[in-house]
Ligand binder design. Structure first.
Ligand code: HQG
Length: 182
């Protein structure tokens, strides 16, 4: 599908800030932050110029609030979705709602019934508060299936949950017996 300039920039930033900063010779700090001036400079040298105003507009209006600036505006990071093992977002542990949703594709259900939810190539399993969001997430990979996660019960057992800056809930894994299949 045709992508507008902002979506192309968002996808580029997802690549750089979640998975492969070395593509443009950038280094993230241990909490995933990049220096904004350095990012813009290295992106331009790489042939992907991003105007400062375009970056601010993207951060402010991005559909999933994928990126956030530091309080002083000099640094930027992806709010979640990393695969880089070196990044620790240092989010505080938080008590989740009793139920969270995970969107997956029907073709993964047999495997999930066997081994529960695993983070795959990312650092965490991603969960949402809205069933509708989970449906959209699952539809990326096939016929969507929404799983209900008994997050409150897992948390009571000592499982750690974090809420990313954009509201996505993150946890390391979900055992099968805390998943309600449709
Ligand atoms: C599945 C997007 C087989 C899991 C979204 C998922 C989200 C298993 C896939 C964010 C499994 C991993 C993350 C098991 C889990 N056997 N399959 N045991 N356990 N899976 O993309 O949650 O647009 O890494 O169900 O909106 O789909 O990029 O995770 O289908 O917020 O900002 O393995 O990425 O956000 O896929 O998506 P992903 P996800 P962005």
């Amino acid at each position: 599908p045709a992508r507008n300039a902002q979506e192309r920039t968002s996808r580029f930033l997802s690549l750089i800030l979640r998975h492969a900063p070395d593509t443009i010779g950038l280094a993230l700090d241990q909490h995933g932050w990049a220096d904004v001036a350095e990012l813009l400079d290295k992106a331009a040298r790489h042939g992907t110029p991003i105007a400062p105003e375009a970056l601010h507009e993207l951060v402010a209006t991005n559909d999933k609030q994928r990126f956030a600036f530091s309080a002083d505006g000099t640094r930027i990071r992806a709010s979640q979705g990393h695969s880089l093992r070196s990044v620790d977002l240092a989010l505080p542990a938080e008590a989740p709602p009793a139920v969270l949703y995970h969107g997956t594709a029907s073709r993964f259900v047999t495997s999930i019934r066997q081994s529960g939810l695993r983070p795959g190539s990312r650092r965490h399993v991603h969960l949402s508060t809205e069933r509708e969001t989970a449906t959209r997430v699952g539809a990326r990979y096939g016929v969507p299936v929404v799983l209900e996660i008994r997050a409150g019960a897992l948390h009571a057992l000592g499982h750690v949950f974090h809420r990313a800056d954009n509201g996505v809930w993150l946890t390391d894994a979900v055992p099968v017996r805390y998943i309600d299949f449709p």
